[in-house]
Every structure is written in structure tokens, then in C-alpha cells.
Design a protein around this ligand. Structure first.
Ligand SMILES: Cc1cc2nc3c(=O)[nH]c(=O)nc-3n(C[C@H](O)[C@H](O)[C@H](O)COP(=O)(O)OP(=O)(O)OC[C@H]3O[C@@H](n4cnc5c(N)ncnc54)[C@H](O)[C@@H]3O)c2cc1C
Length: 371
């Protein structure tokens, strides 16, 4: 993992004075427990690794080819913006949070695909090492592979080094600006001064980090809650990743769950020549789990954004203690569920049972699942 940073712990901190309330061990403990390393990586580096894999496998990759619709009978045919139709054995729509096929499948099931603003937005910033020169506290953060989680009223910050400790990555959750657009976009710019203003009462360390961000390099992502769909599958078309379970970034699982989707679909398609069976198995294995994690993010949001007061003091005591951690990402029992489940192994080992179950699978039932 040349470009990934392996984190050794998560450090949960109070916003006002940087006091460490608790820690959640990550590597090597998590690796030993769940038999896989935990690492963080810049999304561009991950995409490059995936692209190299696609090229090595000799798969034809067409860029600049926007899909506008699937065929009305949801056979494996899609139409591109150019008007051209493309046919295959199966259509896997991994087209993200604004998925065209999600709208099409939802409306086929009589559902209007909507979302609800959470009232939060996320600044996304990356600080290059050369901007930190002379600030030893900032450089220590960059050089130590620790995930930092600062919690404050109405917001929190998650930060860690990436790119072999040459860039410090920060995601800063805060209330959405009044009148701001609800559009989710990777390219929306945020305002550096507004960001500094919101975090002005946070510890000096946070404030100095924010001051190092180059002007114009603040990105802002609006956070909306998306509701579970009645189904991820229609005939030979299937949804994957944010197209079917867009997640709020409070438990850092959106991309992780998209990768689990890909693993399970690969297993299913390689264990049967029947596309409908493979897609039914995929949905049966994935939908309930992904939606449970999707839902957990809202609980974590509340815990991380408490205003100063009695509830916040109780939360901080709980973090200092050894019981259930209010930050689910750091809670051992929730970690067992998130990281202790090998979805590909389970699919292979329990294949016959899952096939039998998935034929009677009623996707509506999963909406009642709690956490
Ligand atoms: C602020 C923030 C922080 C996050 N932090 C984490 C984290 O720490 N850990 C984690 O696991 N996840 C995290 N996530 C979530 C993660 O980024 C997403 O879950 C992940 O990118 C989803 O991957 P995807 O492939 O499903 O969709 P995307 O990454 O959105 O990719 C969709 C692709 O489809 C293409 N596309 C779209 N429409 C069409 C079309 N009509 N035709 C053809 N192509 C199309 C797009 O160009 C894009 O390339 C975070 C998200 C946000 C917003």
C-alpha cells in the first residue's frame, strides 16, 4: 500500500482546548482482530489503483460517455448522451449520488427518489507540508499516523495525514449556510473566511491549521439524508455504491461499503451463470447491512455535535470510560459489525442458503431494521 497511510489510533478531542477525551486503537490491534489493515488514502490515489486494475484486466474503458437511461424493460442496455445504445449481460450503475438509474429504478417502483437536507455541510481541505513549515505542532500531526476527531457545538473535524505524510487532510462538518444550495457536488467551492469564522472558538491548533489552506482551495459539500430504496435491482440492472446507499460521512463508510458491494457482486456473478440469481443474492447480502450503516451515521452526528452542557459532559464521560462509545466509529461492538464482517467470505460459504433466502427476499422489510 504505497500511498495509503496506516493509522495507529483515533484520538477523540474537545474542540475548545484540544483535550484528549479518549482514544480508539486502530493498527496493529484492528488488523490482528479483523485480519485486514486499516488505512486512509486520497481518493485520487485509490481511483488510480482501480484504474490500473481495469487496464491490467484488459477491460475497455470509455470516458466522456454519460449514460442517460436504461432500456424500459431493464434488460442490459443503456443509452449514452450521444444517442448510442450499449448492450451487455448486466448493467452495474455505480454512478454516484446523482445516479440516473436510481431515479429510473425508483420511479419504476412508484417511488419518488428524494432527499432531505441535514442542515450540515462539510468543508474539505488539504494542507501541503510546505505550508506548515515552522509550526512543530502541525508538523507532528502530519508525521504521526493518528486520526484526529475534534468535537464541538454544531460541528466536528476529522483529520489525518495522506500521501505518505506529505499532505494533511481535513473534513470539517459545520451548519450549512442559510440560503446555500442543497446540491451535492465534488466541485463546489467554500469560503475560507467563513470557515475560519465558524471555528474561531476552537483550539489554536485547529485555527492555525485552517490558516494554512491556500485561498481558493476550500471545497464544500452539502450533506443530505437519502432514504432507502424499495429495491436496488430491476431485471438485469443493479445499483452499487452511492447510487443506492449514499452515506453521511460520520462513520467514514461510503467508499468502504461501495467496495463491499463490488466484492459481493463479483462473488455472486462468478458463482452462478444466472444473472437474476446473482443480483438477488447481491441485494440480499448487501441491502440490509449497507442501510443499517447508512442509518448509524445520523446517530453519530448527534453525538459529535452536542452543544456545551449536561449532555455533552455525559458524552465526554462515556468517551473517557470503557462502556459503549457514543462515537460509533470508535465503539468496539459497532466496529465488530463494520469491520468484523467478511461479506465475500460469507457470500461464498453460505451460498446455498442465501440463494434459497433471496428468492423469497422482500426488500421492504429492511426498512424496519434498527441499530
Ligand atoms: C465530505 C465527504 C467525506 C467522505 N469521507 C469518507 C471516508 O472517510 N471514507 C469512506 O469510505 N467514504 C467517505 N465518503 C464517501 C465516499 O466519497 C463515497 O461513498 C464514494 O465516493 C462513493 O463511490 P461511488 O463509486 O459509489 O460514487 P462516486 O465516487 O460519486 O463515483 C461515481 C462515478 O460515476 C460517474 N457518473 C455519474 N453519473 C454518470 C452517468 N450518468 N454516466 C456515466 N458515469 C456517471 C461520475 O463521474 C463518477 O466518476 C465521504 C464523502 C464526503 C462527501
Amino acid at each position: 500500500m504505497e500511498k495509503a497511510n496506516v493509522l495507529n489510533k483515533n484520538s477523540l478531542r474537545r474542540y475548545a482546548n484540544n483535550e484528549e477525551l479518549g482514544t480508539a486503537p486502530l493498527m496493529p490491534q484492528i488488523g490482528k482482530k479483523y485480519h485486514a489493515p486499516l488505512a486512509v488514502i486520497h481518493r485520487g490515489d485509490l481511483q488510480r489503483i482501480l484504474l490500473d486494475g481495469v487496464r491490467a484486466a484488459g477491460i475497455e474503458l470509455r470516458t466522456n460517455s454519460r449514460v442517460i437511461r436504461a432500456a424500459d424493460d431493464f434488460e442490459a442496455n443503456v443509452q449514452l448522451e450521444s444517442g448510442e445504445w450499449i448492450s451487455g449481460d448486466v448493467v452495474v450503475a455505480a454512478d454516484g449520488i446523482k445516479s440516473e438509474l436510481r431515479h429510473q429504478i425508483a420511479s419504476h417502483h412508484g417511488v419518488t427518489d428524494t432527499c432531505q437536507p441535514t442542515g450540515d455541510a462539510a468543508y474539505r481541505i488539504m494542507i501541503p507540508k510546505d505550508k506548515m513549515q515552522g509550526d512543530q505542532r502541525a508538523l507532528d500531526l502530519l508525521n504521526n499516523n493518528v486520526g484526529m476527531r475534534w468535537m464541538g457545538p454544531g460541528g466536528h473535524i476529522m483529520a489525518y495525514p495522506i500521501k505518505n505524510n506529505t499532505v494533511y487532510n481535513m473534513v470539517l462538518l459545520h451548519p450549512q449556510k442559510q440560503g446555500a444550495s442543497n446540491e451535492e457536488s465534488w466541485t463546489n467551492k467554500g469560503d475560507k473566511q467563513e470557515m475560519i469564522e465558524f471555528y474561531r472558538n476552537w483550539d489554536d491548533l485547529v485555527q492555525s491549521l485552517l490558516s494554512y489552506v491556500p485561498e481558493g482551495d476550500v471545497m464544500e459539500w452539502t450533506l443530505n439524508s437519502h432514504f432507502p430504496l424499495p429495491s436496488w435491482v430491476e431485471n438485469k440492472c443493479v445499483l452499487m455504491g452511492d447510487a443506492c446507499h449514499p452515506m453521511l460521512p460520520y462513520v467514514a463508510q461510503g467508499a468502504a461499503q461501495a467496495i463491499e458491494d463490488a466484492g459481493v457482486l463479483t462473488c455472486a456473478l462468478s458463482l452462478t451463470s444466472s444473472v437474476p440469481t446473482a443480483l438477488a443474492v447481491y441485494e440480499s447480502v448487501r441491502k440490509e447491512r449497507a442501510e443499517r450503516i447508512q442509518k448509524s451515521a445520523a446517530v453519530t452526528r448527534k453525538a459529535l455535535h452536542l452543544p456545551d452542557g449536561e449532555e455533552q459532559r455525559k458524552r465526554d464521560e462515556a468517551i473517557r470510560g470503557t462502556g459503549k462509545n457514543p462515537d460509533l466509529w470508535a465503539d468496539p461492538s459497532w466496529q465488530d459489525f463494520m469491520w468484523g464482517t467478511d461479506v465475500m467470505k460469507d457470500t461464498i460459504e453460505n451460498w446455498d442458503d442465501i440463494v434459497a433466502h433471496s428468492h423469497g427476499y422482500h426488500p421492504h422489510a429492511v426498512q424496519a431494521v434498527g441499530y
